[in-house]
Design a protein around this ligand. Structure first.
Ligand code: S3P
Length: 425
């Protein structure tokens, strides 16, 4: 689907509620399916990726129903049954990597598959620790389909070179069903929703610095309401910062410090941002964000911050084109292994708009401030975050742009354009 974006509005104003957090939606279903009893998950995401997780759990025998459209009721016996087909994870790396951790220790065999993009993504990062725990997984040179032969697992102490929440969650979920104490250590703390939710549901889990330890545990069912996704909010934060005279409020955003790197970075850049009402929901920090058009300056984003803003880098690149001076992003090499090579994708497309931006091995360098031109077609590389970042850039282009493959937005944020229409004045 092609989407035309042009400056057919004066500014962005208003208060909006961003949809439910994708990472939390995946985890809420998976962990509820491992608890014995009824879980109630309010505000479950309507995006395609969490739907993939839900479908996979259903194929494994999970009893689920929706009430009032977005409240998901899960009646679980804490036991999966052997599926009679392959488990299709769509575009979702989180579904495949987290479910591999759950499935490696089952008494039956499974096959995890995905779409064209997912079958090209690296899975060695989860196969390696799972095999150390006694798992049997065959892959096609470290890529999916993953053929998992269920085995009895034992604990391991695993040190990962990468800070990856998906790898960490995979190992912890396998550890939940393994004999002994499993530990996972990463260089910098990646998003820790799995650990927080596991603890909240009663797991024997211990978190010390960048090391998490887990033992076999029984989980209690939960009743929770999923907060809004800061990774989706990021496009609105970016738009408010770069569209003159904007002022918006984003409600009920998840503010877990392992996800708020974008807030740190834009503050460094000089953003007018305020965090309003804050509260805790199931041990996770939640609050409202007020953000205004700001005069920005370039900044440095290094490896220690990367896990806290990994999904926001394409849209941070858009913001950086509107900041005075140089912005340098380093230590983000794994961005090349996402739904697309996001370094190449965003650099190539922003260049078409006239941005002064260059690829490096593990990041990019952007020199601002540039008036973005438009009057061209841009590609999304079948990647939702590239599609939304380019739309955001299109809001300030001098001439109309066309974004090809805009339908990929539905992977994480089907309500994206409708919400932008609400705040365009
Ligand atoms: C996610 C973790 C991140 C992120 C992805 C969602 C998760 O991946 O890029 O969109 O929900 O655990 P990595 O942890 O592999 O970097």
């Amino acid at each position: 689907m092609q989407k035309a974006v042009k400056k057919d509005y004066k500014t962005l104003k208003g208060e909006i509620t961003i949809p439910s957090d994708k990472s939390m939606s995946h985890r809420a279903v998976i962990l509820s399916s491992l608890a014995d009893g009824k879980s109630i998950i309010k505000n479950f995401s309507k995006a395609k990726d969490p739907e993939s997780t839900l479908n996979v759990c259903r194929l494994l025998g999970l009893d689920t129903e929706f009430k009032n459209n977005s409240t998901l009721i899960i009646n679980s016996t804490a036991k999966f049954t052997a599926p009679n087909q392959e488990l299709y994870c769509g575009n979702s790396g989180t579904t495949m990597r987290l479910m591999a951790g759950v499935l490696a220790g089952q008494k039956f065999n499974t096959v995890l598959t995905g779409d064209e993009s997912l079958t090209k993504r690296p899975m060695k990062r989860i196969i390696e620790p799972l095999e150390l725990m006694g798992a049997q997984i065959s892959s096609s040179s470290g890529k999916s389909p993953l053929k998992i032969t269920g085995k009895k697992l034992h604990a391991t102490d695993y040190t990962c070179e990468l800070s990856s929440a998906q790898v960490k969650s995979c190992v912890l979920l396998a550890g939940l069903n393994a004999e002994g104490k499993t530990s996972f250590t990463e260089p910098f703390t990646s998003r820790n929703h799995t650990e927080i939710l596991l603890k909240y549901m009663g797991a024997n889990i211990d978190i010390k610095g960048n090391t998490t330890t887990i033992e076999q545990s029984t989980l209690n069912p939960i009743e929770t309401e999923i907060f809004a996704d800061i990774s989706s909010a990021a496009y609105f934060i970016a738009a408010a910062l770069i569209v003159p005279d904007s002022k918006i409020i984003l409600k009920n955003i998840g503010l877990n410090p392992t996800r708020t790197g974008i807030i740190k970075v834009i503050k460094q850049m000089g953003a007018n941002i305020e965090i309003l009402a804050q509260k805790e929901v199931c041990s996770e920090l939640v609050g409202d964000i007020k953000i205004e058009y700001s005069q920005l300056k370039g900044t440095k984003i290094g490896k220690e911050l990367i896990p806290t803003l990994i999904d926001e880098i394409p849209v941070i690149a858009v913001i950086a084109t509107q900041a005075e001076g140089k912005t340098e992003i380093t230590g983000a090499g794994d961005l090349r292994n996402k739904e697309s090579d996001r370094i190449k994708a965003i650099v190539t497309e922003l260049k078409k708009l006239g941005a002064d931006i260059e690829e490096t091995r593990d990041g990019m360098i952007i020199n601002g401030k540039t008036r973005l031109k438009g009057d061209c077609e841009l590609e999304t590389y079948n990647d939702h975050r590239i599609a939304m970042s380019l739309y955001t850039a299109g809001l300030i282009c001098q001439k109309e742009i066309t974004v090809n493959g805009f339908e990929w937005v539905d992977i994480s944020f089907p309500e994206f354009e409708e919400l932008f229409e609400k705040i365009k004045q």
